[in-house]
Write a protein that binds this ligand. Structure first.
Ligand code: NAP
Length: 191
């Protein structure tokens, strides 16, 4: 499985760091073009590359890592999703037009199998080695497609997190989004 990021800032680089450490290829993208990401991908190492948003979105699993006001622009005009997995890491610091932020994202990525994840953690806990002395970092995720969630679970487990299925996009998403009880919850699983 290969990986892409739409957005290449703090969260994208933290997730990409874990993925390349685990031996995965990651294509990072932003709105300004691959040339602006050369330093970032050099620091991440040879498994990381800079691409266009279209190239990043062609990956098997794509992480949406833009700020909330940029979600619409970032998803507009991408190639057909054809069932590829879109992991929504965003937090909606806004009044929502729909029930949950991830449903808003899913509506703008038709054909993507959307999994919500990473948004509950501060960036420092995403970037850190999730295998803490006291236990593995819990990583909540939500989604409506069981196979996509199983793939995400395998990836998250493989990079060291303790993944926890929080349910559907609506119910789990509501727990995980800003104002929900899982938002900003930093917790460890004692293995
Ligand atoms: N930081 C945290 O602690 C944290 C934790 C969990 C979740 N989150 C959520 O994760 C998301 C990303 O946060 P972040 O801290 O990583 O933000 P960030 O560092 O500001 O990175 C945002 C990235 O999006 C890119 N971007 C902007 N517009 C774009 C577009 N139209 N298409 C493609 N890329 C675009 C930006 O690059 P260019 O401007 O160069 O295009 C930048 O690389 C946010 O929704 C945030 O709420 C953040």
């Amino acid at each position: 499985m290969n990986f892409g990021t739409i957005g290449a800032g703090t969260v994208a680089q933290a997730v990409a760091g874990h993925l390349v450490t685990a031996g995965h290829k990651v294509t990072l993208s932003n709105s300004r073009g691959p040339d602006t990401l050369l330093d970032v991908v050099t620091r991440l190492g040879p498994l990381a590359s800079a691409g266009t948003a279209d190239e990043a979105a062609a990956a098997d699993m794509v992480f949406l890592t833009v700020m909330w006001p940029q979600v619409g622009d970032a998803l507009a005009g991408l190639p057909e999703w054809d069932g590829r997995i879109l992991v929504d890491t965003t937090n909606a610091f806004a009044d929502l037009e729909v029930e949950t932020a991830s449903e808003f994202v899913a509506e703008r990525a038709p054909g993507a199998r959307v999994v919500k994840a990473f948004n509950t953690l501060y960036a420092q806990y995403i970037a850190a080695d999730p295998r803490h002395t006291e236990g593995r970092q819990l990583l909540f995720y939500a989604g409506d497609d069981e196979a996509a969630k199983a793939d995400f679970h395998t990836v998250a487990d493989g990079i060291g997190f303790a993944p926890v299925d929080a349910g559907s996009l609506r119910d789990g998403g509501r727990l995980m989004q800003i104002g929900g009880p899982l938002s900003a919850l930093h917790a460890l699983r004692q293995d």
